[in-house]
Design a protein around this ligand. Structure first.
Ligand code: BG6
Length: 479
């Protein structure tokens, strides 16, 4: 008997700017991701506020999903997906973010995507904002630093909630909202460039601005939750966090405390506000020590209290160690934290830790007691197309298998887990490096970092494996 409940939502996840391409068609405006070049920061990934001739911008074509979504969704259906998590590009609906009426062509595109999902019996799960916002708002207001963004976002969300009423049930307000709790250097490394949480023009980290921007996102999210419920009481509106599970590097009480502090600000801070509806008490000391004073206006606290989410979702790729030893910390990867001597890493230094997923699920469920969904998880790896056209990605199967087993254990532990959407169910542009070479998919896309490739799709070995996993509701995990 499968430990996964009947009706468990198996599926996959993508984001608009990493798959769609068609960056300037039918009224779409320029988004912040459209001005990011490829390559990691160390390899000169840059933001170019003025588009440069001859420079490669991965999101401009991405994987051409805009023109191939029917083929892609049919492939998802062939694997048996029950749910497909994707995001709507804000810039297709409001090109600069400030128009008073939405762009009908953009809405029609998502009408078609949603209808295609429903035709195949796939539940759409929509991220309203996934590291993509109108560049115009960034340039004019420094993004979310400006309070006005709340109203602009809520107007955008309202359009979606009304348009897709009766067709969509599951929504997420912001992707990995807690990424803004990290210092800007790390954000840049991770490719999360100016989702409005940094001083764009100067590219410097100003914690005051970052947390002020985050406050505006919390208020916007809470308002959207209230509005969504008023539009359709069946809407399930969730939060989405990057899970930063970490362990003390040593049993020294200092490391244990350092770890507790890190987990509080990286995970619990946003979760507490979005699920419990109020800033947690531990935040004040962090604010005092970092010269942060959040400007709230009257009514903000009530909005947060009344706009709590229905379910909690998160991405989980890796875990970290925390320590007070600066040398160990310096050896960490893009997300900070120290490497764990017990774990192996992928080619990009992300350590692989399935037990950490079980740990995270237990931690989160114990704290909030609302349904959970793992909406991102997967292995970024370089795939090889063999002479016969096959792609034998056993390493990916192994990674996902171990994480599914960990989810099964968590369910046995008593966690109410309702779905799993592995990241990049089809190969897509990497967020942190802008590469195509960092592939996550069950479906291979013929597109390469030098801009070559015909965008054709191929089923990888993991495609057939995941199909069987879904068919057996997670019971049959052997290769
Ligand atoms: C998450 C993001 O942080 O990680 C995705 O929500 C991203 O957008 C994913 O693609 C994997 O990261 P990367 O850098 O390997 O693409």
């Amino acid at each position: 008997m499968s430990v996964f409940p009947k009706g468990f939502l198996w599926g996959g996840a993508t984001a608009a700017n990493q798959v769609e391409g068609a960056w300037q068609v039918e009224g779409k405006g320029v988004s912040i991701s459209d001005i990011c070049t490829g390559g990691s920061y160390k390899q000169n990934k840059r933001i170019t506020p003025v588009l440069e001739e001859g420079t490669f911008y991965p999101s401009h074509d991405a994987i051409n999903h805009y023109y191939r979504f029917k083929e892609d969704i049919a492939l998802f259906a062939e694997m048996g997906f029950k749910v497909y998590r994707f995001s709507i590009a804000w810039t297709r609906i409001f090109s600069t973010g400030e128009e008073l009426t939405p762009n009908e062509a953009g809405l029609e595109f998502y009408d078609q995507v949603i209808d295609e999902c429903l035709k195949h019996g796939i539940e759409p799960l929509i991220t309203i904002s996934h590291f993509e916002m109108p560049f115009a708002l960034t340039a004019k207001y420094n993004g979310w630093v400006e309070r006005k963004l709340i109203d602009l976002y809520v107007r955008y969300a309202e359009v979606l909630f009304k348009r897709y009423k009766g067709k969509v049930k599951y929504w997420l307000t912001f992707n990995e909202i807690n990424s803004a709790t990290m210092p800007q250097g790390n954000l840049q490394e991770a490719g999360i460039i100016n989702k409005g949480t940094i001083d764009y023009m100067n590219q410097v980290d100003i914690p005051q601005l970052r947390f002020q921007a985050l406050h505006h996102q919390f208020v916007a999210s809470a308002k959207a939750v209230q509005l969504g419920h008023a539009i359709d009481e069946n809407y399930q509106i969730g939060c989405m966090l990057a899970n930063f599970t970490s362990y003390p590097l040593t049993p020294s009480p200092e490391d244990v405390l350092a770890n507790q502090k890190a987990m509080q600000m990286s995970n619990h801070f946003c979760g507490d506000i979005q699920v419990r509806g109020a800033y947690p008490s531990f935040a004040q000391r962090y604010f005092d020590e970092n010269n942060i004073a959040i400007k709230k206006i009257e009514g903000d606290d009530e909005i947060l209290a009344n706009g709590t989410v229905d379910y909690y979702t998160f991405s989980y790729y890796t875990s970290f160690c925390q320590t007070t030893d600066p040398e160990e910390l310096a050896a960490g990867n893009v997300f900070g934290g120290a490497p764990n001597p017990y774990l192996k890493a992928n080619d990009w230094g992300w350590q692989i830790d399935p037990s950490g997923l079980r740990f995270a699920l237990n931690e989160i469920y114990d704290r909030y007691q609302i349904p959970l969904m793992v909406v991102e998880n997967g292995l970024g790896a370089k795939d090889v197309v063999e002479a016969d056209g096959s792609i034998n990605d056993d390493y990916r199967i192994d990674y996902i298998k171990q994480h599914i087993e960990a989810m099964g254990e968590a369910i046995l532990d008593g966690v109410n887990l309702i779905g799993y959407t592995p990241w990049g169910c089809i190969d897509l542009v990497s967020l942190s490096t802008g590469e195509m070479a960092k592939r996550y998919g069950f479906i291979y896309v013929d597109r390469h970092d030098d801009g070559t490739g015909d965008f054709s799709r191929k089923r990888k070995k993991s495609f057939y494996w995941y199909k069987k996993v879904i068919e057996t509701n997670g019971e049959e995990l052997s290769m």
